[in-house]
Design a protein around this ligand. Structure first.
Ligand code: FAD
Ligand code: FSA
Length: 434
């Protein structure tokens, strides 16, 4: 059991899992919590630093089904999070009669039967889709089918991260940003097995009784995770709408198609984000994570915040334009601006790596992803705090355990073939000196 006055450091504490962890710890009365991060909230390096993110409760089955309802309940009730939820519903669509459609149909059947989820509708014909979503009247959706779910929508992601950061300050959580907040290594006891703090890249030492590593896509490059997570990136871009176009899309359900991409209504000042869906890219590089006694070649994030002249691969830009052309052809002539790459640390099975590190006593890992942890912002820290307090259920502990042996399972929880490397692609890298 950890005492309430234990010194707890959360590395990555201005990101999604880290700020949620610090929030839950502070709310439970821990008095000496400090967040470290390269950037202050909303961290410019966080995958969550984005105008909006999808949220949905349609998964129903398994762990993500349970978590989706739990997090929905927090977004709809917790005064800290409520202002950032836009419960506009979701259209989850498949372009053709394939496995994806079968899965959506299963989700529909399961949802109808679920005690919590009756407000779903099967849209078995493109006319059903257009009736539900008149804003898709010009869309090229012949043969599309899918699901409408009411308890879904989007969250104002960057604003929510910022609000959590402000709440952490109000609750007395300490912080360090910039070079003194940037993790370089763990500090270990002479036994080499007990973690006693964190050393930052400027040499600052932060002694701690407990360290939580919640560094998202950077985690595998910082601490040797023995291949359990792979950093991968996705991309997005924006277009500008006039006030009439904004009005026409206001409050409309989010649109998602796993073979194409997704979008949400524009902001009130006319900025609309589009994301293409695909299997992600790696950025293979040489590095030496803490705990590794030799250099390793793994995927390492190259972030937009640290490389602001980078854009996105040409094929990615084309794929984003295809989402617009297909769904909202009347907007297809708009220039796509503010394109950026965004990084996640995918675990091989799509579940969190949320456990005590077996190698270093006093180190908790709160990382691993499957691309939908932003919607868990109000919730994920509860589970980290439960882990710290020894309250995690056996089933959850088993699901999120340290599990390098299971890497061969070959179940990424993702669709699509093996992903490609950014360095094979053109159009995105614009180093000022090249
Ligand atoms: P992050 O939020 O990225 O936090 C990691 C933190 O670690 C950052 O603040 C970073 O600055 C910090 N850090 C890194 N290195 C160091 C260091 N050396 N020292 C100190 N701090 C460090 N999820 C959804 O739920 N819905 C969506 O619609 C959705 N859309 C997405 C779209 C895109 C294009 C992408 C890329 C992701 C999307 N996601 C979505 C996924 C979601 O953003 C991630 O699952 C989530 O943000 C991951 O949280 P995290 O805490 O693990 O990482
Ligand atoms: O339904 C969702 O919440 C989609 S999350 C969005 C997403 O694009 C992933 O689908 C993608 O694979 C990647 O992780 C980026 O985020």
């Amino acid at each position: 059991m950890v005492n309430k006055d234990a010194r707890i450091i959360v590395v990555g504490g201005a990101g999604t899992m880290g700020s949620s962890t610090a929030l839950h710890l502070a709310r439970r009365g821990y008095t000496d919590v400090r967040v470290l991060d390269m950037f202050q909230p909303p961290s410019a390096n966080s995958a969550g630093n984005d105008m909006n993110k999808l949220i949905s409760t349609q998964y129903v089955e398994g762990i993500w089904g349970r978590l989706a309802f739990e997090t929905w309940d927090l977004w709809t009730s917790d005064p800290l999070f409520k202002p950032f939820l836009h419960a506009v519903g979701r259209l989850d669509l498949a372009s053709s009669n394939n496995a994806r459609e079968t899965r959506l149909r299963q989700q529909y059947e399961l949802s109808k039967a679920h005690e919590r989820q009756h407000e779903v509708e099967w849209l078995g014909h493109e006319q059903d889709i257009r009736r539900k979503a008149p804003y898709l009247k010009q869309a090229d959706i012949e043969g599309w089918r899918g699901l409408w779910v009411k308890d879904a929508g989007w969250v104002a992601a960057r604003d929510a991260l910022m609000a959590v950061g402000a709440e952490l300050r109000r609750l007395g959580v300490k912080s360090a940003w910039g070079t003194s907040g940037t993790f370089e290594s763990l500090m270990l006891e002479t036994d080499g097995k007990t973690c006693v703090g964190v050393r930052a890249i400027d040499g600052t030492e932060w002694p701690a009784d407990l360290v939580v590593l919640a560094t998202g896509a950077w985690s595998p490059a910082l601490v040797n995770l023995e291949g359990q997570c792979v950093s991968k990136c996705w991309q997005f871009g924006h277009i500008r709408l006039n006030p009439d176009e904004v009005d026409a899309l206001r409050g409309t359900p989010t649109v998602y198609n796993s073979e194409l991409g997704f979008f949400m209504e524009p902001s009130s000042d006319g900025v609309m984000k589009f994301v293409n869906e695909f299997e992600g890219y790696t950025n293979m590089s040489t590095c030496r994570p803490f705990g590794s006694d030799e250099d390793v070649k793994i995927s390492v994030p190259r972030s937009h915040a640290l490389h602001p002249t980078d854009t996105i691969p040409t094929e990615g830009l084309d794929a984003i334009k295809k989402v617009i052309e297909t769904c909202l052809p009347q907007l297809a002539d708009r220039p796509v601006f503010d394109t950026a790459i965004c990084w996640c640390a995918d675990s091989f099975d799509g579940n969190w790596l949320l456990c005590e590190d077996r190698r270093y006593r006093g180190l908790i890992l709160a990382t691993g992803d499957s691309g939908h942890t932003f919607k868990m912002l109000p919730l994920v820290g509860k589970y980290v705090a439960d882990l710290i307090e020894g309250k995690l259920s056996d089933a959850d502990r088993e699901l999120w355990k340290w599990r390098p042996q299971a890497r061969q399972a070959d179940d990424t929880g993702r669709e699509g073939p093996q992903c490609r490397d950014l360095n094979e692609l053109s159009g995105w890298r614009h180093d000022p000196d090249s």
